[in-house]
Every structure is written in structure tokens, then in C-alpha cells.
Design a protein around this ligand. Structure first.
Ligand code: ZN
Length: 253
């Protein structure tokens, strides 16, 4: 889809800016990021992404802070510099046409696993198997470089949530909400995995049970989202100076 119609792009842009503000705030409030960590993005159409800027707390962003880039990562609109992790977002959107939202954060428990060389692949909780399948660990790569994207590339086609060694987590989905929910699931599951490990009596599901859950997972994948999306009530967050229609002129020319 490509918005040749400026009005349609404006509407999508406005809604998505508010969504990024909302989920950025939730990342911060949940302690999934510290300082200026993390980044979020939304696919506006086939040629445009809306991305968070670099060097800003994800808990204190305004709609006007976002940057619009093309599929080569070139800034088309926005006053701030785009996130240094734009390469990771571009790779995921290129490889996964079904993905419309991406969240990258450093939730402490899941990142603790990633910093200890552990994936989160063990089938300890049925709903995590249905929702995410497994959560692999990508080898370490310096942030913002091809090392990082090379490490993620083989995992992107088969997973919606990936641990990044000595770094953090990236999740993606058919909407920003879906990507955000997966981030919550990963961190919650990491806590459960840690507790069951501490108790010393982990009892992962057997192969047969996992197979049955994968059947359920495939059914969900063919019929749409397992969790029906609920839009954030973000309209209150819009300030009159948040949306500069000038921002969009270059995109809709
Ligand atoms: Zn990071």
C-alpha cells in the first residue's frame, strides 16, 4: 500500500505517532528501557517508516519528535536524527512484509538471559509456545553495524521475538501493539524461566504437547492475530503543536 493521497498519509501518520508515544511511555514505565535506550517504528506504507529519534527518553517523547525515513533509511521528515538502530528495523521490514511494527528494548530479565548466553527456547509455559513458538538468542554484534543485522538475519523469517546477546530484545508484529505485547511476553516469560530455574525442578512440556501447541499456533497464524489488538486511547496526548503538517509535505510530494 502506498499513500499517494496526502490526507490518508496524514491520518495514518498522526495515529501512528501517537501510538509510538504511548508504547514508548509503557516501555519506560515498565522498566524495559533506561535513559535513552530502545527504539520503536511503524510501517506507514510500502515506502515510508515512522521511527523514534536517537538520544531521547522513550518515556518523554512527543508526536512531533518522530522521524520519517524511506526504505533506504534516508530521513524525509522530522527535525531529530533517526535512531542508530535503523538498520535493524529496515532489515526486518524488508524480510517480513507482514510486519508493521517493531519494538527494541533492554528488559532486564530477558537481557540477563541474553547476557548469560541463554536463549528462551524451553517450552515451560503453554501460552508462550502458542504466542511466540520459541525465543532464540542471536550472537553478539556491535549496535548500529552490519554485525548486528547479520546476526539477526537468519532468525527473522521464523521468529517474532529475538534475544540479542549482551544487548537486549527485538520484537515485531502486524502492528506496533502486537510488537509491544510480545516484548511484555518475553520479559514476563524470562521471569518465569528464572524462577523455575531457581526452584530447581523445571518441567518443560513434552514433545507431543509442544506439537499440539504448534498446531494451535499455526491455526492462529492463518486466521489473524491470536490476541485481538486493542488500540491505546492516545487522543488525549495530542498537543496542537505536536503535528506539523509541514513535516509531511516532502513525503507526499
Ligand atoms: Zn539496544
Amino acid at each position: 500500500m502506498l499513500y499517494h493521497d496526502r490526507k490518508a498519509l496524514m491520518a495514518s501518520n498522526r495515529k501512528n505517532r501517537l501510538e509510538i508515544v504511548q508504547y514508548g511511555r509503557m516501555l519506560h514505565e515498565n522498566g524495559f528501557v533506561a535513559a535513552t535506550d530502545g527504539n520503536l517504528s511503524v510501517r506507514l506504507d510500502d515506502e515510508h517508516l515512522l521511527v523514534t529519534p536517537t538520544c531521547i527518553s522513550k518515556g518523554r517523547m512527543r508526536a512531533s519528535d518522530m522521524v520519517i525515513v524511506d526504505m533506504a533509511g534516508k530521513r524525509l521528515a522530522g527535525k531529530r536524527r533517526v535512531s542508530s538502530e535503523i538498520g535493524m528495523h529496515l532489515l526486518i521490514y524488508r524480510m517480513r512484509p507482514d510486519v508493521c511494527g517493531i519494538v527494541h528494548a533492554h528488559p532486564p530479565t530477558a537481557t540477563g538471559f541474553a547476557a548469560s548466553g541463554y536463549d528462551l527456547n524451553r517450552p515451560l509455559v503453554c501460552e508462550v509456545v502458542v504466542g511466540l513458538g520459541s525465543i532464540p538468542l542471536a550472537r553478539y554484534g556491535t549496535p548500529g553495524t552490519p554485525e548486528l543485522t547479520d546476526a539477526l538475519e537468519p532468525l527473522i523469517p521464523h521468529h517474532d521475538a529475538i534475544l540479542m546477546a549482551n544487548h537486549g530484545v527485538v520484537t515485531f508484529g502486524s502492528s506496533l501493539e502486537s510488537a509491544y505485547m510480545k516484548m511484555e511476553t518475553v520479559e514476563h516469560f524470562a521471569k518465569i524461566a528464572l524462577v523455575s530455574h531457581l526452584l530447581g525442578n523445571e518441567q518443560p512440556l513434552g514433545e507431543k504437547e509442544v506439537e499440539k501447541l504448534h498446531e494451535v499456533r499455526n491455526r492462529y497464524n492463518h486466521t489473524g492475530n491470536a490476541a485481538s489488538p486493542r488500540r491505546p486511547a492516545a487522543s488525549d496526548d495530542l498537543r496542537s503543536d505536536d503535528l506539523q503538517s509541514d513535516d509531511l509535505r516532502s513525503v507526499t510530494k
